[in-house]
Ligand binder design. Sequence first.
Ligand code: PHE
Length: 494
Amino acid sequence: MAEEAILGYLLDNEEITDSGQFSAEHNLSHDEVVNVIKRLHAFGYVDCQNIKRVSSVLTDEGKKYAAEGSPEVHYFLAVPAEGSISKDELQKKLSPSDWKSTTSVFRIGSIYAVKNNWVERGKQVSRKVQHVEDKVKNLLLQIQEGMEPDEESLNYLKTTRRLVEEKVWKGYSVKKGPNYAPKRMSFATDLSRENLQNWKELEFKEYNFNAKGQPVDAGHVHPLLKVRKQFKDIFRQMGFEEMPTNNFVESSFWNFDALFQPQQHPARDSHDTFFLKAPSTTRELPEDYVERVKQVHESGGYGSRGYNYDWKREEANKNLLRTHTTAVSSRMLYALAKKPFTPKKYFSIDRVFRNEAVDRTHLAEFHQIEGLVCDHGLTLGDLIGVLQDFFSRLGISNLRFKPAYNPYTEPSMEIFSYHEGLGKWVEIGNSGMFRPEMLLPMGLPEDVRVIAWGLSLERPTMILYEIDNIRDLFGHKVDLGLIKRNPICRIGIE
Ligand code: PHE
């Protein structure tokens, strides 16, 4: 309706000067006319220009006075023509119940009746004039009818009395546009079989090459998995084989004892480690190897003095959720030692568990990245070289090493990198050379050295994806939308 009216009008007329007037004359809603103008403009049928009108309208209070008269006149009329009336009585007469309200006729009326010099107000109230004119009401009625009073009166009603306020009205003036036609063509929008068959009769809508496509409804890979893939690729490029990490439950033996971690070590406390209730103990361990591990803990060997304590089998049998993937490395090295030795490069990236207080950077479970190389005669220099190669593939070339302690490595080094964003050296991993007390009971040749390192997967992922709370990355509070929206981040932490 509105569309036909506008296009039809422009056929015979130069311009619609005012969409508001046009709507009123054609009995159309202005909102509808505006919508149609916008649509026609988008298709080039019309050109349009904004017009804006500021008009005065009555506030609710203003409307009330326009209908019933101003409170000062009510007040004046309530004062007897002769003699006087007490304030209390006047109040009862005017607004008996709501005299405290802000629109009280008694309260407001008295202010302006006094200001206008209409009444004398002491304890008693009496008239000073006999006739008054309700100027406020008359002005309000004028405004209601669309007339503008003089500037001073308007200001008084707006700012002093707040009976009138400004309203901005927006509309358009409209002319023919470059594609003007008295009737709008409807375009075919679909490349359907029918439309293609009738293409000669149809006008097709132009393609909008800037339009965004429909979001693809598909599965999305979690940031941790994306970064894991990138780490895997790096390990593979460096010739590493992946270790099988598909057992979250591990015995204390492989998690601790095989790694020459003494049974009194605080990490073996239930405050730090989750022990299993059922099955609480492991079913089998390689007995001859267990015997050699017991020996090395109790009294040493291979040039070591051991720890000099009573090693208990029950402690080694306890099942737990593995606290590091180094448990897997110890199993792999033991398996390697059973065959004629060949050098190996192994890696793994999988979940580990620690009984820790959860905060914005710690969860009770996380993922560890672990790499190890075993070969004859490796040195600390090889470890540093491999670490430099590994981390430079992540875009991290500025490394520093700090002596550290692990029960199973000697020497041990924490790995630091200079973080440009934070402006300081941050720890990015832990490393070392496995001790002879760990390797020789397994049966590895005496000159075989194993260099190894470990880091968390969460930390680089959080840096890459700019996530500062680990609970936004992992666990039940993760917003799945984030996984859909986040882009692929290329490793290149620096
Ligand atoms: N297992 C160590 C950790 O949990 C990491 C590590 C792996 C250290 C290998 C040295 C050698 O932090």
